[in-house]
Design a protein around this ligand. Structure first.
Ligand code: NAD
Ligand code: TDX
Length: 330
């Protein structure tokens, strides 16, 4: 099988490429990635059966040339950080909406199977005491320019399925953690703050809840959908990992040898979603999805160890990322 993986030099994409090639010996991968600030091409550069093409999915000709060569496309490429989308939404509109349209047109043209990677943020947020979680039937209600651009991309995929019979699936996954995540994101920012002797910084009251899943469980879910998913269907991926940001920081402080309450509150994110929670029961019943990394504390410990062992991954970026947060009062 030959796959085109968009955004394969980013956090989830690179984990997908590395781990899929390790276990699937007849798999070949072409990565298209424009190598924005979140990319780390060294992680996938010297892999056998993997070719990296440095290009932008907004370049329609490049996308058509690559899609023509493969059996299926897994579409990870996106601008991915909410805070950045609040400062400048335009790259999100370009990559996430225009870029996705190019992928859809190319897949339609060459009749290639597509799996589109999306997020639980398209559903908006839940109250802390809401007994319901997100399902595939939850109406879309995105809050930020990032989540609105992802919701738009999902709608485009659905339109291409209905109007052109495109063989496409969508997954909406909850918050991922694990190795190779950019240090602008919550867990790596908190870990690397601690490693630099800086206190973790909680937005607002710190009581916002995220539903954490290890990146390897996300990847396993994507493979189940690729191999057994029904064309046109949406699958939710999550691992019952709800935690408040405060709980995460307290656990992280304890695991790193600091007092649990050693953190600071900083300015809240505009439009900050209160809570995300995934009900993955349809994906479990239909595809046998079964997350393995359900011990969050063990997964967090392994992730702390990874960032302490790989300063080369984040050291050079840390000062600029923190200066940018400082300008926002965060
Ligand atoms: P990331 O920012 O770490 O990586 C994105 C990659 O896409 C980068 O390598 C970047 O260079 C590339 N890219 C961006 N725009 C591009 C363009 N126009 N052309 C080519 N390449 C481009 O993001 P991530 O966290 O790995 O997220 C990957 C996907 O998973 C995204 O679609 C995101 O919406 C989705 N997702 C992420 C999470 C999460 O918790 N991180 C959860 C659910 C869904
Ligand atoms: O310094 C921080 N302090 C803090 O309290 C940062 C960076 C974040 N936070 C809070 C905001 C959120 O409530 O932590 C939570 C997680 O923040 P992010 O890591 O920015 O993730 P989130 O906004 O939840 O979005 C993530 O999950 C869904 C990914 O970045 C998206 O790409 C994915 O779609």
């Amino acid at each position: 099988m030959k796959l085109l993986v968009t955004g394969g030099a980013g956090f989830i994409g690179s984990n997908f490429v590395i781990k899929s090639l390790r276990v699937k010996k007849d798999l070949e991968i072409i990565v298209i990635d424009k190598l924005n600030y979140a990319a780390h091409p060294d992680a996938i550069k010297n892999l056998e059966r993997c070719k990296l093409v440095v290009d932008d999915i907004c370049n329609k000709d490049a996308v058509f040339d690559l899609v023509k060569e493969v059996d299926a496309v897994v579409h990870f490429a996106a601008e991915s950080h909410n805070d950045n989308s609040l400062r400048n939404p335009y790259p999100f509109i370009e990559s996430n909406i225009v870029g996705t349209t190019n992928i859809l047109e190319a897949c339609k043209n060459y009749k290639v199977r597509l799996h589109h990677i999306s997020t639980d943020e398209v559903f908006g947020d839940l109250a802390l005491d809401d007994p319901h979680k997100f399902t595939r039937y939850t109406p879309y209600a995105p809050s930020s320019p990032y989540s609105a651009s992802k919701a738009s991309a999902d709608m485009l995929v659905r339109a291409w399925v209905r109007s052109f019979g495109l063989e496409a699936t969508i997954s909406n996954c909850s918050n991922n953690y694990g190795p190779y995540q950019h240090i602008e994101k919550f867990i790596p920012r908190m870990i690397t703050n601690r490693l630099m002797g800086v206190k973790p910084k909680l937005y607002g009251d710190g009581l916002n809840v995220r539903d954490w899943i290890h990146v390897d469980d996300h990847i396993a879910g994507v493979w189940l959908i690729l191999e057994k998913g029904a064309p046109g269907q949406t699958y939710l991926l999550g691992a019952n990992g709800e935690k408040s940001n405060l709980e995460v920081v307290k656990t992280l402080n304890r695991l790193m040898g600091y007092p649990e309450d050693d953190y600071e509150h900083v300015k809240d994110r505009a439009g900050h979603d209160r809570r995300y929670a995934i009900d993955a029961s349809d994906t479990i019943a239909e595809l046998g999805f079964s997350p393995k990394y359900t011990d969050f504390e063990a997964g967090l410990k392994a992730t702390i160890n990874w960032y302490s062992d790989h300063p080369e991954f984040w050291h050079l970026d840390k000062e600029a990322v923190e200066n940018s947060y400082k300008q926002q009062g965060q």
